[in-house]
Design a binder for this molecule. Sequence first.
Ligand SMILES: Cc1cc2nc3c(=O)[nH]c(=O)nc-3n(C[C@H](O)[C@H](O)[C@H](O)COP(=O)(O)O)c2cc1C
Length: 185
Amino acid sequence: MDFLDLVKKRQSVRRYLSKEIEPDKLHRCLEAARLAPSASNSQPWSFLIVDNPELKDKVAKLTFDKVISFNKFVVQAPVLVVFIIEKPKIITRIGSFLKKIEYPKIDIGITSQNFCLQATAEGLGTCMLGWFKEAPIKNLLHIPPDKKIGLIVSLGYAPENYRLREKTRKSFTEVVKYNSYIQRQ
Ligand SMILES: Cc1cc2nc3c(=O)[nH]c(=O)nc-3n(C[C@H](O)[C@H](O)[C@H](O)COP(=O)(O)O)c2cc1C
């Protein structure tokens, strides 16, 4: 598939079939994530797969509640992948401090996007989840208290009739600038 077509095909999937995910497909998604670039090649991540149905349901239920319920769909996903931020190399930590840029958070975004794009190429659906109750999830999954969850990604097959949506994005001219932030007409 042409890369731009793949990018257009990836969308947040918020309905899932209970169909199991083939281990080799999941493996390739994780491999795409593992191969992602990172600041100083620190690779400040680990990927925790939650595929035990009972445990997965417990984690899914910690992404929403009665008041904020937009993540209710997450319980349908057969697999959740927790992207954990690991301690980067000392050089990255110094760089982050000096430049005031949180490189590990950028890296987590890149690796999770690699994961999601590979999933799309495999015919799988994903949704990045930035809204979750971190402390109880860490507790459930035995993630040490000093670690941070960067993102959770839901993974599964979308129903056959799940529509490919047109992308809602700012226009090309709104976001692209050449040579100067201020563009003279
Ligand atoms: C860092 C991040 C956090 C997100 N958190 C959630 C979330 O908690 N729940 C959800 O349904 N979608 C979440 N999304 C998905 C965005 O809403 C979605 O990517 C955006 O609306 C664009 O739509 P598309 O992914 O279908 O192209 C998140 C996306 C990102 C990148």
